[in-house]
Every structure is written in C-alpha cells, then in structure tokens.
Design a protein around this ligand. Structure first.
Ligand code: NIG
Ligand code: FE
Length: 416
C-alpha cells in the first residue's frame, strides 16, 4: 500500500465528512464551504483515507508514510472540475480576435466562414496523432492550474470522419491522461460549407451516420447541440437530442448565449444534465431551471473574451438553480484553461461569493460530469485529486488575486 501524508496545511477546504452532498443547490448550500484549520491529509493508494487537524497525527497511530509532502502553510482544495471545454483543436484563432477589436462581431465572423468553420478546416488537415499531442500538452497546462477532471467536446470535425477523429483523440486522452475525462459529441456545432443550403441534410447525417457509429464504438458520454440563431434551431436541436437519448447519451446543451428562444425549456424537458452559457435568461427561463434538476453551467471567461453580457448568476443561485462554473476552453471564444481566473470572474463580474464560486467549480462541476461520487470535495473514499496553493492569507485571496497562478502543486490519484 502506498501512503502519503500532506502536512502543514493552513486550511483544508471543501471538507465533506460523513454526510456528503451530490451537489450544492440554493444560496445557503452554495455559501457553505466547510474548512479545517491547521490540517493534515492522508492518501492511501490514490484515495483520500483520512484528514483532520494537525493534532490528529499525534493522537492516532501515525504509521509509516511512503511520502511526506509539506504544504508549507498553503491551502489544500479539491481539484477544479472543468465540465465544459473544446480542448481538441488544430490551431489558435488570434486573427479573429484582432478582427473583433476592429469591430466585427462573433456572429459576423462566423457568417463569413470564419469561427468554428475555420477550426473545422484546420482540423480536417491535421493527422490524429498531431491533434492528440497538442491536446495532451494542453491537459498539462490545465493540470498546472489545478484542474483534475475535464469534459471535452467534439464539434470541429463536422463530417463523419472528422467527428470520429476528434472523439478517438478524446478516447486516447482518456486512456493515457491522469485527469478524469468525459467525452461529448457536438456534431451539431455549425453547418459545414457543403451543407450550407441543405441544413436538413446535415442534421440527417448527424442522426443517421454519426450517432450510430459513435454509439457503436462507445465514443461519447454526452450529446450537445449549439442551439442558437444562425446555428441549430429549436426544432433541429430537439430531433438531434432525442436521437442522442435513444443511443444512451445524456444531454448537455449550448443555449441562451446570444438569444433566449426556448432552449432551456427544451433541454430541461428532456432531463438534460446541464444547460451551458445562459448569458441571456428571461425570468421564465430561470424559473424553469429552478424547478428541474438540470444544472446551469456558467462560462464567464467566454463572456469576458467576447465582451458579451454575463449570466445572471445571482438570480440563478438565489432561485435554486444548481450552478457550475467551467472554462469553455476553445480557440474562438475562450482561449484560457485558467479555472482560477474563471472563479475570479464569477466573483468580480457575477457577484458570486468566493465560497459559491469554489463550490460551483469543484463539487458542482463534478456533478455536471457525473463524477461527484469520486471528486469535488475532501471526503474519505474520494479520489485524491487535490491542489496545494502557495501560502495565501485567506480563501477570498484566491479569486482576489486574479490572473495569477496560485497553485504550487497538484496531486492526481495520489501522484504529484
Ligand atoms: O462554447 N458557442 C459555441 N461554441 C463555442 C465556441 C466555439 C468556437 O468559436 O470555436 C463556445 O463558445
Ligand atoms: Fe462551448
């Protein structure tokens, strides 16, 4: 047995001993974030075995440790669970970033064949091995920011062959990376040029050709649709999601990013795991979510990067929607894997309290990937995916010092 001791922890954060919750819903739950001062943590074979205040070590049979890690007065938290990314792509898109500075909008760029289609063209040309190497290097970056679990979407393939290529890259990442990874099929991300005047044809291709093969090879955990004006209509989103459900894929959906026209109601009505973005929410949209178990995943880094409005996090939390935070990492609307910055934005731009933001980026993020039994809190029996911060004065200091990487060490499955 491999035993590790982490000692000199100034604060052990997000401790859920005994009674554990699957997610935090509502203001009171979101604002509760139990901590232990002057703590230590014991890991056995990659699993959280025990924790307590430093005195615990003296009282209990200390035993032998294969490794002792000195947290040097840093805080220890469960790793970030980043439940929405587009991590597999061929190249960055900084030309569009400059175009937007000059006045073009995200939609205009998409309409003239840039945006997602630009990424699709580049991905088409790149061999699977190269895509894999790029993605693996990005996972390394994510890890250095403290991410221990991540969801990755397809959606830059937009052809049977391209989508399968992306999903196979994700499968290979699952097999080789030490983070927990979930795969989402997002064939309905944009219409490829050859189907520009035959949208129905592309929707048929997704349902009749892509989904059967993806299900056959077990390549996806979830199905997603970019439901937005100029992208996938409510009607097409509905048939695609229904077909996905028939193949056993639960729903996640990009919706209410630029417009509110029923996406939330459609997804919640089908028992979606999460609806993501939610920059434009009516009172009815919020009520609908609060009466469901569909989570709201907020992506403030993409609102920041596109100068879009921010999701109404306060109203969502206060009215009892289960809220998660994710990076939306992608080359077009959120080229950053820094979950610490996402948490800062949540506090600064959406008025989430630090405790709420931390819950949303850990336990609720885990729930948005259905790994809440394994990750998202410091709980005996959960995977030891934890991060150690540099010495910081308090928990709010984490979102306060925005843009800085305060993580000094990341431990995944008990390995640094
Ligand atoms: O979540 N909104 C749609 N999809 C991505 C952006 C993808 C891209 O621009 O490449 C998003 O923001
Ligand atoms: Fe996205």
């Amino acid at each position: 047995m491999m035993r590790i001791l982490i000692k000199n922890i100034k604060q052990l954060v997000q401790v859920e001993a005994g009674r554990t919750s699957c997610f935090k819903k509502g203001k009171e739950a979101m604002q509760s974030l139990p901590v232990i001062q002057d703590a230590c943590l014991i890991i056995e074979n990659g699993v959280i075995a025990d924790f307590g205040n430093a005195g615990m070590l003296v009282e209990k049979e200390r035993g032998h440790f294969d490794q002792e890690i000195d947290a040097k007065g840093g805080f220890v938290l469960p790793c970030w669970c980043d439940s929405h990314t587009h991590l597999v792509f061929a190249k960055s898109r900084e030309e569009e970033f400059v175009d937007r500075i000059k006045g073009s909008s995200y939609e205009e760029i998409a309409q003239r064949g840039g945006g997602i289609l630009h990424s699709a063209a580049a991905l088409h040309k790149m061999p699977e091995e190269e895509l894999y190497d790029l993605a693996l290097a990005r996972l390394e970056t994510a890890k250095n920011y403290g991410t221990g679990a991540i969801e990755i979407k397809s959606g830059y393939g937009l052809s049977v062959e391209g989508e399968l290529k992306m999903l196979r890259v994700i499968r290979k990442l699952k097999e080789n990376a030490d983070l927990i990874i979930k795969a989402t099929f997002l064939g309905a991300h944009a219409y490829p040029p050859e189907y520009r005047s035959n949208r129905k044809g592309y929707v048929q291709l997704i349902m009749k050709k892509m989904l059967p093969q993806i299900a056959d090879e077990g390549l996806a955990d979830y199905i997603d649709v970019f439901c937005e004006k100029g992208f996938f209509s409510l009607k097409y989103a509905q048939v695609i999601l229904e077909t996905g459900l028939q193949y056993g894929l639960k729903i996640k959906m990009h919706t209410n990013q630029m417009n509110s026209f029923g996406g939330v109601q459609l997804a919640a009505g089908k028992g979606a795991l999460s609806v993501d973005h939610l920059e434009r929410m009516t009172a009815g949209d919020i009520k609908c979510l609060s009466e469901s178990f569909t989570m709201g995943t907020l992506l403030p880094a993409s609102a920041f990067f596109l100068n879009n409005r921010y999701p109404p996090a306060r109203a969502l939390i206060d009215q009892g929607v289960i809220v998660a935070l994710a990076s939306d990492y992608n080359p077009g609307s959120s080229p950053s894997l820094n979950m610490q910055f996402v948490v800062s934005l949540a506090c600064i731009k959406m008025k989430m309290l630090p405790e709420e933001a931390l819950n949303a980026a850990t336990l609720n993020g885990a729930a948005a990937m259905e790994v809440e039994n394994q990750l998202g809190s410091i709980t005996r029996g959960k995977k030891a995916n934890v991060m150690i911060t540099k010495p910081i004065p308090s928990l709010p200091y984490l979102p306060y010092s925005f843009g800085e990487n305060l993580i000094s060490r990341v431990i995944l499955n008990g390995k640094t």
